[in-house]
Ligand binder design. Sequence first.
Ligand SMILES: [Zn+2]
Length: 181
Amino acid sequence: MEYEKLYNENLLEKINKSKLNALEGLDTDSTEERIDIEEIAEKLGLTIVKENMAGESGKLEGNVIHIDSSESVARQRFTIGHEIGHYLLGQDDASRHDEGEGYTPSQRKQERLANAYAAQLLMPVNLVVNTIKNIIDHLSLKATEISEKDFDKIVSESANRLQVSEPAFRYRVKNLQVFSE
Ligand SMILES: [Zn+2]
């Protein structure tokens, strides 16, 4: 599916303001419906450098995103999304480390915004909903009778397919109120 159809207008506007039509013609991998976050970074003119970083998940320096290669792929992907978020927020010098350590209130706000960008980039609403629908079908579940245990299975399988962490997917589903009646 084309990114231009997956992302909402606000996000596309933000991306296009930075690089005109950066995502035009770009598709998610047709077999694996996950977002190619590294390709998006590249289209924005950002270079990703994976290295061993002491105590930091990632860092944006100018047009370079540094990523801690010792963390899980899902976490690295989220960090790339987070640093793209800083870039789209017009910051070119930001690092990501564990929450709550040494952030001022205004930095904390920027961190929250960068995380929101990461979630939107990696888990656009259509992709989340389609993935959940596929898995419900795949597991032969009834959408109206999802038990707590089924839900855990759906989260785990979805996170795996989209290559995001389970906590990140769970938070996104809650945020989007996918299952609320
Ligand atoms: Zn950050």
